[in-house]
Design a protein around this ligand. Structure first.
Ligand SMILES: [Zn+2]
Length: 342
């Protein structure tokens, strides 16, 4: 397994004290290992994972660790024939061994070494990234550097949830809860791209407006949203896109039609949720879990971007202001992705 290495100026998680525990450091440069590509990162973006890491909530990850999963940049050096200096690329944000039975079958998500870049390895918030050539994909030409760093992890995750897992079909209704999170914004954009009707919830009136601006048909306050959803949709939605967990699970289930599907990739309001079992079985519901996605699903996202799918950038901060970028996530001020320019 080839390791991911961050070098040069980098944002390093050093202490579990929140955003202030992530500091800019100079990481020594080394020669790239065979099979790896050296990317001069132009932009990187942060996720809630990075905030959890900085807060010390990912207990299995010990500092120091260079943060961030999402990165786009220019190939500076390559040990393989597949890539050459000057190529513009994005990084598939997954750690895996590429060699096991599952990886060889295209099921990277089932790899025993599966993880996320910037958590289970060094991350993209740096000047130079050494990464396995199989993690490198061409940057979509239509995207700016900022946009190219804004889509990988959230769009990969939301794409797998809505397509492979929930099998969303054109014309179906989907409810995206907690609509300002990066993954939820990705879900709104992807569901619309796939021809679904999209509804959303958020606590903030401003964010409800923004959810409608980027493609939701209507957006509802987070408090007891199921009644409003059932009224607006004539009985409920076919799919609920979940990532909040205990705070919304009951209402999410109440928002579904008979035979509906809940698909979830996270539980930001806590690890344990209560489920009304009769609602699950009487409602013929599917409860689906999902994490990130396969390389083939990343390729499908790239093709959808060529077809017009676009990420949503909240704000851009220089790498040196990574603490302010993390604070923006901590204060839940963002709508879409917080990007670091390198
Ligand atoms: Zn594997």
């Amino acid at each position: 397994m080839r390791s991911v290495l961050s070098q040069g100026r980098a944002a390093v998680y050093e202490e579990p004290i929140g955003p202030a525990g992530v500091r800019l450091r100079e990481v020594p440069r080394t020669e790239p290992a065979p099979g790896t590509v050296t990317i001069a990162i132009r932009a990187s973006s942060i996720n809630h994972l990075d905030l959890f890491l900085a807060q010390g909530l990912q207990r299995d990850v010990k500092p120091p660790r260079v943060i961030a999963a999402d990165g786009a940049g220019v190939v500076e050096a390559s040990t393989t024939a597949r890539w050459k200096p000057g190529d513009e690329v994005v990084v598939y944000p997954v750690v895996c061994d590429w060699e096991c039975e599952w990886c060889r079958a295209g099921e990277n998500v089932r790899c025993p070494h599966f993880g996320v870049i910037g958590e289970h390895s060094d991350g993209t918030a740096c000047e130079l990234l050494h990464v396995d050539e199989r993690n490198v994909f061409p940057k979509p030409q239509a995207l700016s550097w900022t946009e190219a760093a804004a889509f990988p992890l959230t769009f990969l995750t939301a794409w797998r949830m809505l397509t492979t897992r929930a099998r969303l079909r054109p014309g179906e209704k989907v409810l995206v809860v907690g609509a300002s999170a990066g993954v939820a914004v990705a879900a709104i954009r992807i569901a619309r791209h796939l021809g679904a009707r999209v509804f959303a919830t958020s606590r903030s009136e401003d964010k409800r407006k923004k959810a409608v601006e980027i493609g939701a048909e209507a957006a509802f306050d987070s408090a007891d949203f199921s009644k409003a959803v059932r009224e607006a949709t004539g009985g409920g939605v076919d799919v609920v896109f979940e990532h909040v967990g205990p705070a919304t699970m009951q209402e999410s289930m109440r928002s579904l039609v008979m035979g509906g599907r809940i698909v979830t990739c996270g539980s930001t309001s806590g690890p344990k949720a209560e489920i009304m079992m009769p609602r699950l079985f009487w409602g013929q519901m599917d409860l689906l879990g999902s994490t990130m996605g396969n390389a083939s699903e990343f390729q499908a996202v790239l093709e959808a971007i060529d077809d017009g799918l676009r990420p949503v950038v909240d704000s851009v901060h220089p790498l040196g202001e990574v603490q302010a970028a993390l604070q923006r996530l901590d204060a839940a001020e963002q709508f879409g992705k917080v990007v670091l320019s390198v």
